[in-house]
Design a protein around this ligand. Structure first.
Ligand code: NAD
Length: 260
C-alpha cells in the first residue's frame, strides 16, 4: 500500500506539491484508465459490447492475426471508430498544462489512442504504438493512410510492401517487442527523474510497469493516481484515490496557484 492515501482533491499535501515544483524532472506513466473518462473502456474492466464477446488478450497477438486477420482487423476498426467519436478529457489536458508548470516533464503512455498529443503534450513516448497508424504485417514498414483509403475498410488491405503482407495496426501485440529506442528513452527518463506519476494503470503489463519501479529504485518519489489500489501502489509515497480526470486538473490548479 501507498504510504499515504489522499481522497480529497481540494486538500493536496504541501509536501507533494513541493516535490513537484522542486523537481528537475518529472516522469508520468499513463494507462488505459486515463482515457476511461473519454469513454474508451480499459481492457480489464470492460464488460460490454465487443469487449464482452472477445478477450482482448486473444485478439491482440500476431497469432490471432495470422489465424483470423479479418476478425482482428474488424476489432481494431471498431476501436478506431470508438476513439474517433471521443476526445481527450480534462486529465489529458492537465498533463499538457503540467509541462509548463514543472522544469521538465516526460510523458510516457501505454495508450494507443493518441490523446496525449491531441491534448497538447509534446514528444510523448508511446510504448505500445498508435492505433491510427498501420504497418505491413511482414516488413513492419509504415503504410500511408491514402493507401488504406483506396481499400474496403472491412478487410485488412494488402500491404504495398510485401506480396504476402497485410496492413495491420501499428500497435505492440502480446508477445511482441517494444520499440527499443522508445523503451530506452523511457527507462533513461525514469532513472533520472525526481518524481514519477503513475495514472490509470494497473501495473500489470511489462515492461511498462517496471518503468516507475526503476524510477523509485533510483531515488524518485512516486504519486499513484487510480480509483483502486493496484500492483504499483506499494511503491507510491502518495496514492491519490480517484479518477485521473479529477486529480490531474486538481494537481495542476494547486501548482498554478502557488506563489512563484
Ligand atoms: P488496465 O486496463 O490494465 O488498467 C486500467 C487501470 O485504470 C485500472 O487499474 C483501473 O483501476 C484504472 N482506472 C479506471 N478508471 C480510471 C480513471 N477514471 N482514472 C484513473 N484510473 C482509472 O490498463 P493498462 O495498465 O493501461 O494496461 C492495459 C493495456 O491495454 C495497455 O498496454 C494499453 O496499451 C492497452 N489499452 C489501451 C487503451 C487506450 O489506448 N485508450 C484502452 C484499453 C487498453
Amino acid at each position: 500500500m501507498a504510504r499515504e492515501t489522499c481522497s480529497n482533491p481540494k486538500r493536496i499535501p504541501d509536501e507533494l506539491l513541493n516535490c513537484l515544483s522542486e523537481a528537475s524532472k518529472v516522469v508520468v506513466l499513463t494507462g488505459a484508465g486515463v482515457s476511461a473518462e473519454s469513454g474508451i473502456p480499459t481492457f480489464r474492466e470492460a464488460h460490454t459490447g465487443l469487449w464482452a464477446r472477445y478477450d482482448p488478450m486473444e485478439l491482440a497477438s500476431p497469432e490471432a492475426f495470422e489465424r483470423d486477420p479479418s476478425t482482428v482487423w474488424a476489432w481494431y476498426q471498431w476501436r478506431r471508430e470508438l476513439i474517433a467519436r471521443t476526445q481527450p478529457n480534462p486529465g489529458h489536458h492537465a498533463l499538457a498544462e503540467l509541462q509548463h508548470l514543472v522544469t521538465e516533464l516526460v510523458t510516457i503512455t501505454q495508450n494507443v489512442d493518441g490523446f496525449h498529443a491531441l491534448a497538447g503534450s509534446d514528444d510523448v513516448l508511446e510504448l505500445h504504438g498508435n492505433i491510427h497508424r498501420n504497418i505491413c504485417s511482414r516488413t513492419a514498414r509504415q503504410i500511408e493512410a491514402d493507401w488504406l483509403e483506396r481499400h474496403d475498410g472491412h478487410q485488412p488491405p494488402p500491404s504495398p510492401h510485401h506480396r504476402q503482407g497485410l496492413a495491420r495496426p501499428d500497435v505492440v501485440w502480446f508477445g511482441e517487442a517494444l520499440d527499443a529506442a522508445t523503451i530506452e528513452k523511457a527507462f533513461s527518463a525514469a532513472e533520472s527523474c525526481d518524481v514519477v506519476i503513475t495514472a490509470g494503470t494497473s501495473g500489470a503489463v511489462q515492461p511498462a510497469a517496471s518503468i516507475p519501479v526503476a524510477a523509485v529504485r533510483a531515488g524518485a518519489v512516486m504519486i499513484d493516481i487510480n480509483p483502486e489500489p493496484n500492483e504499483l501502489s506499494r511503491f507510491a509515497r502518495w496514492h491519490l484515490a480517484g479518477p485521473s480526470a479529477t486529480w490531474l486538473p486538481a494537481l495542476v490548479e494547486a501548482l498554478d496557484r502557488r506563489p512563484a
